[in-house]
Design a protein around this ligand. Structure first.
Ligand code: ADP
Length: 576
């Protein structure tokens, strides 16, 4: 047994070890007991500083070992059926010999707690037990089969006497402290019991601490997960708002602006925070103000989402067609804010207007020749006309019906282009020169006021083309050249070979096209400023020509000067 510090009297002993002492016989006994109390007190202090349960077991064992005892700390499992070895003071060589002798591994060793067994009695009994000889507790601890070797084991260990003190909390055992030593006395049980009580509290504290630590780690993980989730949700919402093509405004429950997304800035020209705390009515044209304030009133009174089409107003006071939605954001039945989204529907409105115009235009274009055809045919039916007038009327009917069928053909081509199917071409090797001749010839008769010239290069390579469609292109360009040369003049069609293409150009000496119209010439319904000129047309011919040429892998373009004339040129790739 170690000697404690000399000096301090019994009064200075730590309070927790001021335990009742049985009769003290000699001064040496008093000194021994005082030293033991001090040493135990120091051991208890280091035990209490340990954090994790394993550290506590170690501190208990080492603390008592430091007093020259052999210590064993045993911990009762949750089911209170086994005592597990948590600390054994044994030199490695001795440990190996014991393990070999008994055929066990101490780390896995446990004592089964049977009812009415010695260890049951010790754990649940009132007092710690002093054993003069350790034979009984040692043999009871061992499996039956190796019990006959207890004597041998004890001889190896040379433990001497022993005290077995249960570690209890509120009377419930949580483990057992076994201390062995040659100079242990029965009177030491009281001090050991007090130490065991301290050790039990330290174990309990360490377990609680560990649980608390674990709970803390779990909580931190949960918070981290939740924070990450929230961040992701926030990022998603921000991504939606930042990339939305619609202007999105967040309004306070009273209906003033609290924030806006980037699309709002782009759409209205205000800086992001410029309208903070303002009335969104500022964004609406005065003509629509009443409808907007009614919708706002309804949204505030819980009438659900309000939608309306109105004229919105930018910062520079310009207006545009917008579709607006006002939706309250509710939380626990209370309106906490409102969302106002505004979509620029100028394009859709324009499209609607164009569709209306198109229908009116088509009705007019179809109606005019039909009226003539009906008028002349009625005249032919009800009047007895001379041969000469009959011929004239019939040729007028034929002219109008040709115009009608051309228009219907163009419309059909256009509708095919609109649905995205493109124009069907059936390409095969053909001679573009021949196609040009065949397209020009009929015009020589029907347009006597114009002079036609053809300049077709000899030995043209064949092109890969659809002859019907390419004839349609040449005819279209020729009829335009005639139509837009009301004063007559020379029309020249030239065909020549370029590297991998054959090029066809149709030139006239007509009215020409102003430069500002040339860029959009090949767009549908574009009449390049001639709508009011009295020259009839639909603005479809060139669009169709462009699609046919491009479907062949070629290109089409124009060079023109007002009052001088125009040259339309297209290329088609050579075959092979
Ligand atoms: P349309 O002749 O039926 O109006 P097109 O698509 O064929 O439609 O032509 C579009 C516009 O291009 C015409 O309205 C006209 O203003 C201009 N244009 C086409 N060809 C000529 C040309 N040879 N000379 C002058 N202007 C032309």
């Amino acid at each position: 047994m170690t000697n404690g510090d000399a000096g301090p009297s019994v009064d200075t002993q730590p309070a927790e070890f001021a335990v009742a002492r049985p009769e003290i016989e000699t001064a040496a006994d008093v000194a021994r007991e005082r030293d033991m109390m001090r040493a135990l007190s120091r051991a208890a202090q280091s035990v209490q500083q340990a954090r994790a349960p394993e550290q506590v077991y170690d501190a208990i064992g080492r603390g008592l070992d430091a007093m020259a005892y052999h210590t064993t700390v045993m911990i009762l499992d949750r089911e209170r059926q086994n005592l597990w070895l948590a600390y054994v003071s044994m030199r490695d060589t001795v440990r190996r010999r014991v393990e070999k002798l008994l055929g066990i591994v101490l780390e896995e060793f446990c004592i089964k707690i049977e009812p009415d067994s010695l260890y049951h009695d010790i754990l649940y009994g009132e007092e710690p037990r002093f054993f003069d000889l350790l034979l009984e507790p040692m043999s009871q601890a061992l499996p039956r089969i190796v019990r006959p070797m207890t004597g041998q084991v004890l001889a190896m260990l040379r433990f001497g006497h022993g005290i077995f003190a249960p570690m209890r909390l509120d009377g419930d055992p949580i483990g057992l402290l076994a201390v062995a030593g040659k100079d242990l006395r029965a009177t030491d049980t009281t001090a050991m019991s007090a130490f065991a009580a301290q050790a039990a509290i330290a174990i309990q504290n360490a377990r609680l601490y560990e649980e608390l630590e674990q709970a803390n780690v779990d909580l931190e993980r949960k918070v981290e997960r939740r924070t990450a989730e929230l961040r992701r949700t926030k990022e998603r919402v921000e991504a939606v708002l930042n990339n939305s093509p619609d202007a999105v405004l967040l309004l306070t429950p009273d209906g003033t602006i609290s924030s806006a997304n980037p699309a709002f800035t782009g759409m209205f020209g205000y800086a992001p925070d410029e309208l903070y705390d303002h009335d969104p009515a500022l964004l609406i044209c005065p003509t629509c103000a009443d409808r907007f304030s009614q919708a706002m009133h309804k949204a505030k009174s819980g009438d659900g989402v309000q939608r309306l089409e109105l004229k919105a107003r930018r910062k520079d006071n310009t207006g545009f067609d917008a579709s607006l939605a006002l939706a309250p954001i509710m939380e626990n039945g209370e309106r906490i804010s409102m969302v106002c989204t505004l979509r620029d529907v100028t394009g859709a409105k324009e499209l609607e207007r164009m569709k209306d115009e198109f229908v009116a235009f088509i009705a007019h274009e179809l109606g005019t020749p039909l009226t003539s055809i009906r008028g002349y045919s009625e005249l032919l039916l009800i009047r007895d006309l001379d041969k000469e007038r009959q011929r004239r009327f019939l040729s007028l009917i034929q002219e109008q019906s040709t115009q009608l069928s051309g228009l219907v053909g163009d419309l059909l081509d256009l509708s095919r282009l609109e649905v995205g199917n493109g124009l069907s071409v059936d390409p095969r090797p053909i001679d573009l020169g021949k196609i040009v001749y065949r397209a020009v010839d009929p015009f020589r008769e029907t347009s006597p006021g114009h002079t036609f010239g053809t300049d077709v290069a000899p030995d043209l390579p064949p092109v890969r083309g659809d002859s019907k469609r390419l004839r349609q292109v040449v005819r279209n360009l020729l009829s335009n050249a005639i139509k837009y040369s009301p004063e007559g003049g020379t029309l020249t069609v030239q065909v020549r070979a370029l590297d991998d293409f054959v090029e066809v150009s149709v030139s006239d000496e007509g009215i020409g096209i102003a430069p500002e119209y040339q860029a959009h010439l090949f767009e549908k319904f574009n009449r390049a400023g001639v709508a009011d000129s009295g020259i009839e047309g639909t603005g479809l011919g060139l669009v169709i020509c462009k699609h046919i040429v491009e479907a062949h892998g070629g290109r089409i373009g124009v060079k023109s000067a007002p009052g001088v004339g125009s040259t339309f040129t297209f290329t088609i790739p050579v075959a092979g």
